[in-house]
Unconditional design. Structure first.
Length: 215
């Protein structure tokens, strides 16, 4: 089977990101800021060679892992995943990494630039997209909201992924809105929204399992 369209998009995005990095490489500082606090202030740096190429290389490795690890799963898990879930999740992961890398390059080149607002918008958009995809994923040990209770029950899995989808979309919207407002408060709310939206489905799967045990 040839590469699916989403696979081609993913590889294309990695290639474009690498080409952009090569094009601006000589303009990058010797020490690149690669980690930032909630206010957008740099608090972690890498040498130029590592800071410039780490994200594209990591995106390629992460894409390959998400995309091809399902192929070694037992046949029942492969059948549940189908032909679209892995390419979609892998593609979204690549888009997230590429967007973050472009922001890091921008901050490195443009003096005084900040990614305090943009990073939350990017993460929020990723959560929204992931929330739309997760309910379509069937029970498997690789991707989706995996807890001891979802992995033991198709019903628990399906209901938890549905709740997770709503939760992540809502959390992503809150992160985009408050992150775009900027400031420490906006960053804190955005971070809290992302954290809570990921925690709620896991808690729901536990409550659902206990309710089913009592019935």
């Amino acid at each position: 089977m040839g590469m699916q369209r989403m696979d081609m998009v993913s590889v294309g995005v990695i290639g474009l990101t690498s080409a952009l990095t090569a094009a601006v490489y000589d303009r990058l500082p010797e020490r690149m800021a690669t980690h930032f606090d909630l206010q957008g202030n740099a608090n972690g740096w890498m040498p130029r060679a590592m800071g410039a190429w780490f994200a594209p290389a990591f995106a390629l490795g992460l894409w390959a892992f998400v995309r091809f690890v399902p192929r070694i799963l037992p046949k029942t898990d492969k059948k549940r995943l189908g032909d679209t879930s892995a390419p979609l999740v892998a593609g979204l992961t690549v888009l997230l990494m590429a967007a973050i890398h472009v922001l890091i390059l921008y901050v490195a080149i443009v003096r005084g630039a900040s990614l305090a607002r943009a990073i939350w918008v990017v993460l929020g958009a990723f959560y929204i997209a992931l929330g739309l995809v997760i309910p379509r994923i069937k029970r498997n040990p690789v991707m989706g909201i995996r807890t001891p209770w979802t992995l033991m029950s198709d019903e628990n899995w399906a209901r938890t992924q549905r709740v997770g989808g709503y939760s992540m979309v809502l959390g992503g919207v809150v992160a985009v809105v408050f992150g775009a407002l900027g400031g420490t408060a906006g960053g804190v709310v955005a971070l809290a929204a992302i954290f809570v939206s990921a925690l709620l489905p896991a808690a729901y799967s536990l409550l659902l399992a206990r309710r089913q045990d009592q019935s």
